[in-house]
Design a protein around this ligand. Structure first.
Ligand SMILES: [Zn+2]
Length: 176
């Protein structure tokens, strides 16, 4: 029997930032689906709120801990089996190099736009829900900039087949 993880999109922050909440939800759903494929038979994902085991996706000021990493644009916080994945607000000052955060929505923007993909960030942050660490910050570090869990996540729109198998095996090792 597989464990159930619920997920919801907390809409107000996305709407306030001028992002279409339906398109945001669609990209987040694609990211969730990448993990559903990777953890098939182990974890089942359902959209909707529950008090236990729910991932809430939000866009909010004042949550991102830039002290840990000045380039951070999203983060995952664990509140005892309830996770909150926060995106730095669209248009918010990001850092000196990149004065405004720009989120990309959909294949066209991800492919031709410049900024960070909501889908790629979703894939990366959901990985933290399952306690996957950044391979480049392990001991010894593994540098693979294409890895979805690389600290500077690539703008990937899927968990490639070569990563899916190893992430699945690592998950089974960790949660036997
Ligand atoms: Zn990370």
């Amino acid at each position: 029997m597989s464990d159930v993880v619920n997920w919801i999109v907390v809409e107000p922050g996305f709407t306030k930032a001028g992002l279409n909440p339906f398109r945001v939800r669609s990209e987040i759903a694609k990211g969730i689906n990448e993990w559903a494929k990777t953890l098939k038979g182990l974890v089942e994902f359902r959209e909707g709120y529950t008090q236990r085991g729910c991932i809430a996706f939000q866009m909010s000021y004042g949550v991102i801990n830039a002290n840990a990493d000045p380039d951070r644009v999203a983060q995952c916080d664990d509140f005892k089996n309830n996770w909150v994945i926060t995106f730095l607000p669209h248009g918010a000052p990001a850092n000196k190099v990149r004065p405004k955060q720009k989120w990309l929505l959909g294949w066209w923007q991800d492919t031709f736009g410049s900024g960070d993909s909501i889908l790629a960030a979703t894939i990366h942050e959901v990985g933290h829900v399952f306690d996957f660490k950044h391979p480049d910050e392990q001991d010894p570090p593994v540098f693979d900039p294409q890895h979805p869990m690389h600290s500077q996540f690539p703008d990937c729109r899927n968990i490639g087949r070569r990563y899916r198998q190893s992430l699945r095996e690592e998950f089974i090792r960790r949660y036997p």
